[in-house]
Every structure is written in structure tokens, then in C-alpha cells.
Design a binder for this molecule. Structure first.
Ligand code: BES
Ligand code: ZN
Ligand code: ZN
Length: 476
């Protein structure tokens, strides 16, 4: 599989492949895995020097706890790590241990790292574009298994870090042109066709993208970035991502607290770029259409206004009830475009509503789809890859909340209820009926850190989506 490990616009990414090595019997420190319940019994069978040092380190045998065990010689010390279930490690089981250990090589005793290898790698992520960070030590883990397993885990770590880096980069350095550069890099490395429709050229074909983005300065002009890759004879899929590089709210301006992290409003685009990169890296036999509507929701004399009625690519007239409900507008035109090529599957990612966060909190992206099979598959594989997603309803009964007296549809529900569902219902108007479509209302952000998951940009729903694409399309 072709990996593009340094593929982050303008920056070199952590070399994750060097942190995960095939186990060829190299010298390495052992990591003993114990459970809280099994620890006492395990300890009884260990030499006295280990029993005493475990005590001296106040090892409390709770998940994530670790201690260093002295060996007979100075350099043959090993590690004791407490996990919930050594036979069923999850992605984050070894993350805290990876962060705490000094640089070196490590091997699990009697166990495979399995899913925990990803969390081991991600423990080495830090956003250091603007500040020399206390980067965690470069510790390696040895993985027994086939080389393609290593490639897959490394690709997932890279995809996650691409999302984090893009989201963490402030709006000033991550404008529409910067998102375009990321797409250009992917296109250049993979022989994909890139089309960018920009500025005035959007007016006719993509009036909603134009309306939302037109108030920005010329160097940050709105654009629709499209990438096509793969054999046209393969099944066609579309991946769409909301690329609002900064959401001020427009004339319906956000509060300062509400605006503070709105550099992350291109998180959907970051997910879409990362997923496209996974598809291409694995040479998945699909015809891929990536669409990123990229805009800045700015305020200026030519900004679109509450009460304006704008056209859409689909032909529906849209009354603007709130300029802060901008994501659904740019996605509406992009979804219309995606469906024109007749894809059998469309997935979109968007930091679309605060309501999705109120409903599900930061960990769970809201999933909307009318396709029962896709919903079940995403829920199942999401849990299996520690990237859970939660379905919310596309409830027909709420379509009336988007009614407008003088246009075909309004962009913001009038009573503020079921905000994530009404946003998804708005998007559905622009998806060709009969097309299998999944919409993720993702937070793309973590307000407080967890092991291997620092505060800041985060990929949520990405690995679940990738697992479904692999399950559906991978051959061999
Ligand atoms: N980008 C925001 C949604 C958002 C806000 C996501 C905070 C995550 C955290 C979106 O463009 C927006 O402002 N949506 C409004 C819609 C409303 C005006 C109908 C919202 O959710 O409040
Ligand atoms: Zn908004
Ligand atoms: Zn937004």
C-alpha cells in the first residue's frame, strides 16, 4: 500500500511507521499486562525485587496504571501495565503507558497489541506548528503480525493526525486556499483530477456556496474543491466535507464564547480529506468523488443577510432565517453536485450544529441516514474500531419546521427544537432520492484531553466510515 507519511500541507508528520515495527525478536523491554483482579496472583509469582519495587511505586492496579520492574541486569527492566482485558485490548489500552515510557523498544508479553497499537501511535501526536512542544518520547512497539496490518494502523494514525493538524491550525493559516492546497497535494501524489470552482464563477452553478463565502477577502474567496480518483468502472462514491474555515456567524454574529473555537468549522472538510486519503492510499476499487465547499463565513457590506432569498444548484429557493446556519447551505450545493454523477453512496461530514453537541456531547458524532443497513453497519463497526457513532432521526414530521412563507424552504428552523435533525432534513432536500446517504454531524474537537487524545482537533466518525468502506469495497 502506498503511504504518504509526510502528507500534511507544508509540514512533516510524525513518522508513525518507525514507531510500529514487525517483531523479529529484537531486544526489547517486556510489557506485562495484568488486570485489576489478576494482579495480586500475578505478583506472587514474581521475584522479590519486582514485588518490592511495585510496592515502592504505589502501583494501584487500576486500568492505565503502570510501574517499572527491575531486571537482573541494569538494562533489562520491564514494564507492568494494568488493562481492563489483556485478551481484548481496545485502541486506548496502552496510550497512557506509551506516553509515560522513555524512548526504547517494547514488546507485550504473551499478547498482541491489536487495536491498542493505534493508541500507542497516537500517544505520540502533538500540535507543534507554533510552539516547541514536550513531544512524548519516541518509544516503539513491536507488532507480531503481517506487514499490511502495520500499514493499516499507520495509515489510520496519519489520517487522524491530518484531521487534528488541519483543525488545530488557526483560520488565518487555514483558509479556503489552504484547504485547496491539501487537496492539491493528495491529487498530485495520486494522479487524481482536481477541479476548483471559485469566486464569481460560483454565482451561477453554486449560488449557496457563493452567497455564504462572498463577504470574505479575495485571497480567501469561496470555492468548491472537487477531486476525482479511481477507475470510472468501479462503484462510484462521494465524500463531502463542510469547509467553513471560520464561522463568525455572519451578520447573525456569534457571541465571543461561541466564536472562540470556530476555526474548527472546517472539521468536516478535514475528515473528508483524510478519508479520501485512506481510500486512495489503500487503492480501494472505487471511483471517488471528493467535494469540499470551502468558505469563510465573514461579515462585510456584501455579506448575505437574514431575510435574503438565495437560489440553489438544485433549483430550490432558500430563505435565510439565520446566517449562522451557513454549513447546510454550502453542503446543499455540494450534495446536489455529488448526486449529479449518480454515486451509489454519499457520506458527508460537517460540524453542522450546536444541537448535536447538546444531544450527544463531544465523543459521539451524530449519524443521520435513511438506510437501515448502513446505519446498522456503521454502528457495529464503529464500536469494533473504538470510533462509536450514534444515530439521530431524520424525522419527516419536522420538515414543516423548515417551511418558508415566500421561498421553497427556510435555512433555519423557527422554534429551535431538534436542531441537528432539522439541519439534516435540510441537507436531505439536496440529496437525490434513492441515493444511499450518511450525514455525520461531528464535533471534530475535544475540549479536554484523554490518553492519546489531546485537547483540540479530533477525528470522530472517520475510522468507522473507513471500516465500512473497506468492508463494502475492499477485495482480498
Ligand atoms: N458551525 C456551527 C455549529 C457548531 C457550533 C458546531 C458550535 C459545534 C459547536 C453552525 O454553523 C451553526 O452556527 N449552527 C447553528 C444553527 C442555528 C443558527 C440554526 C447552531 O447550531 O446554533
Ligand atoms: Zn454557523
Ligand atoms: Zn458553521
Amino acid at each position: 500500500m502506498a503511504r504518504r507519511s509526510d502528507l500534511v500541507y507544508g509540514r512533516v508528520m510524525t513518522d508513525f511507521s518507525s514507531l510500529l515495527q514487525p517483531d523479529k525478536g529484537q531486544a526489547a523491554h517486556d510489557i506485562h499486562l495484568v488486570t485489576a483482579d489478576g494482579f495480586e496472583d500475578w505478583l506472587k509469582g514474581r521475584p522479590e525485587r519486582e514485588r518490592e519495587t511495585v510496592k515502592a511505586q504505589n502501583f494501584d492496579a487500576a486500568a492505565d496504571a503502570m510501574a517499572i520492574l527491575p531486571g537482573e541486569k541494569a538494562d533489562d527492566w520491564s514494564v507492568l501495565a494494568c488493562v481492563a482485558d489483556p485478551d481484548n485490548l481496545v485502541s486506548w489500552s496502552l496510550s497512557k503507558t506509551a506516553t509515560a515510557l522513555p524512548s526504547g523498544e517494547y514488546r507485550l508479553v504473551d499478547h498482541e497489541p491489536g487495536r491498542a497499537a493505534l493508541g500507542w501511535l497516537l500517544a505520540h501526536y502533538a500540535f507543534d506548528r507554533y510552539k516547541e512542544s514536550d513531544k512524548p518520547a519516541k518509544d516503539r512497539i513491536l507488532l507480531t503480525g503481517k506487514p499490511h496490518q502495520i500499514d493499516e494502523i499507520v495509515a489510520l494514525a496519519e489520517a487522524t493526525c491530518l484531521v487534528r493538524d488541519l483543525v488545530n491550525t488557526p483560520a488565518e493559516d487555514m483558509g479556503p486556499a489552504d484547504l485547496q492546497k491539501v487537496a492539491e497535494e493528495i491529487a498530485a501524489e495520486s494522479v487524481a483530477a482536481l477541479t476548483v470552482t471559485q469566486g464569481k464563477d460560483l454565482e451561477k452553478g453554486y449560488p449557496m456556496i457563493h452567497a455564504v463565502g462572498r463577504a470574505a477577502t479575495e485571497d480567501r474567496a469561496p470555492r468548491l474543491i472537487e477531486l476525482e480518483w479511481g477507475n470510472p468502472k468501479h462503484p462510484r462514491i462521494a465524500i463531502v466535507g463542510k469547509g467553513v474555515v471560520f464561522d463568525s456567524g455572519g451578520l447573525d454574529i456569534k457571541s465571543s464564547a461561541g466564536m472562540l473555537i470556530m476555526k474548527k468549522d472546517m472539521g468536516g472538510a478535514a475528515h473528508a480529506l483524510a478519508l479520501a486519503n485512506l481510500v486512495i492510499g489503500a487503492q480501494l476499487p472505487v471511483r471517488l468523488h471528493l467535494l469540499i465547499p470551502a468558505v469563510e463565513n465573514s461579515i462585510s457590506a456584501n455579506a448575505f443577510r437574514p431575510g435574503d432569498i438565495i437560489a440553489s444548484r438544485k433549483g430550490l429557493s432558500v430563505e435565510i432565517g439565520n446566517t449562522d446556519a451557513e454549513g447546510r447551505l454550502i453542503l446543499g450545493d455540494a450534495l446536489t453536485r455529488a448526486c449529479e454523477s449518480g454515486p451509489e453512496l454519499v457520506i458527508d461530514f460537517a460540524t453542522l450544529t450546536g444541537a448535536a453537541r447538546v444531544a450527544l456531547g463531544p465523543d459521539l458524532p451524530a449519524l443521520f441516514t435513511d438506510d437501515e443497513d448502513l446505519a446498522a453497519e456503521l454502528a457495529q463497526v464503529g464500536t469494533a474500531v473504538d470510533d462509536p457513532v450514534w444515530r439521530l432521526p431524520l424525522w419527516d414530521g419536522y420538515e414543516e419546521l423548515l417551511r418558508s412563507d415566500i421561498a421553497d424552504i427556510g435555512n433555519a428552523a423557527t422554534n429551535g427544537m431538534a436542531g441537528a435533525s432539522t439541519a439534516a432534513l435540510f441537507l436531505r432536500k439536496f440529496v437525490e432520492s434513492g441515493t444511499v446517504w450518511a450525514h455525520f454531524d461531528t464535533y471534530a474537537w475535544r475540549g479536554s484531553a484523554k490518553p492519546a487524545r489531546p485537547k483540540g482537533g479530533e477525528a470522530l466518525g472517520l475510522r468507522a466510515s473507513w471500516a465500512v468502506l473497506k468492508q463494502r469495497y475492499a477485495t482480498g
